[in-house]
Write a protein that binds this ligand. Structure first.
Ligand code: SF4
Length: 288
């Protein structure tokens, strides 16, 4: 059986950078806290905790040291509160998310209503809307546009959560363009996400089945899974090699694999090794 691993599988630039900053602080034996998970991957978080980085749920839980801001970014209020609590802020926000923050602040200054296309409870989206004092509008689906909240809006600007799927974003933009006279659209889906999504539109069609590796909490992994599943029903979403099922590989000639932006290469390699072991076992059993 052939295994085709997506070129874009695994860590994106922003996640790699955030982990490097975290490891650097831990190696220098600084007291460091992360507010929530630095990235959406349990293996990475366990490794960072083992290196001495404390995870806190709320800013009140004082750790007398540095507060690491995750790749998804944070609201301005969070940063102000952190400084007020005495933390030294170390900002590991991905530069591409920071660019979205800059756009949002600039559009707000121009008097445009800010519209964010994304998952309304996702940390990145909360960080984006938390850049401005004016209330932003969040839209997660073309069928859920809050027309009532937008009825008096004449000037607006749209930004997009960096890991969204453009195919789901464009129908929302088209509908808004028909109703809002002066509308600017910033496609802020980041380059690593675009690359991953381009590959995931091809790989499922070229392979008998697909494996998507990543945490259940990872939004971009979920997106990869959804796109792949729609193209190839034999798509499986796993977090670790232990979740692989031998019955998935019977009679298979080609398997495509990709991994979310927070999935470590070690996990992907372990999955590939386990797939090879399982398929070897199947071959031996079949030849008996
Ligand atoms: S998915 Fe994109 S925006 Fe998010 S951390 Fe990675 S590179 Fe940055």
């Amino acid at each position: 059986m052939q295994i085709h691993l997506a070129k874009s599988a695994g860590f994106c630039f922003g996640v790699r950078r955030a982990i490097k900053i975290a490891r650097g602080l831990a190696a220098a034996r600084k007291t460091v806290c992360m507010l929530g998970d630095l990235v959406h991957n349990e293996t990475v978080i366990q490794e960072l905790e083992a290196a001495g980085i404390r995870k806190i749920k709320r800013l009140g839980a004082h750790c007398n040291g540095r507060l690491l801001i995750r790749a998804h970014g944070a609201s301005r209020r969070t940063l102000t509160l952190a400084r007020r609590h005495g933390y030294t802020v170390v900002d590991a926000t991905c530069p591409m998310v920071r660019e979205i923050h800059r756009i949002v602040r600039s559009m707000d200054r121009q008097g445009r209503r800010v519209i964010v296309i994304g998952d309304r409870r996702h940390d990145e989206v909360l960080g984006i809307i938390g850049q401005i004092a004016t209330r932003a509008v969040i839209i997660d689906h073309a069928e859920h546009i809050p027309w009532q909240a937008l009825r008096r809006v004449r000037k607006a600007a749209i930004v997009v959560q960096s890991t969204q799927n453009l195919d789901r974003v464009l129908p929302i933009v088209e509908r808004l363009q028909k109703r809002i006279r002066d509308l600017r659209f910033f496609n802020t889906i980041c380059q690593p996400t675009r690359m991953k999504q381009e590959e995931i539109k091809i790989l499922p069609l070229q392979n008998d089945a697909m494996l998507i590796i990543g945490s259940r909490t990872s939004a971009n992994t979920k997106r990869l899974y959804e796109i792949s599943k729609a193209l190839n029903p034999r798509t499986h979403w796993i977090q670790s090699p232990e979740e692989l099922k031998p019955r998935w590989f019977g009679g298979m000639r080609a398997l495509g694999i990709t991994a979310g932006a927070s999935t470590p290469e070690t996990t992907t390699r372990a999955v590939i090794a386990r797939v090879r072991a399982l398929t070897k076992q199947i071959r031996i059993n079949n030849s008996k």
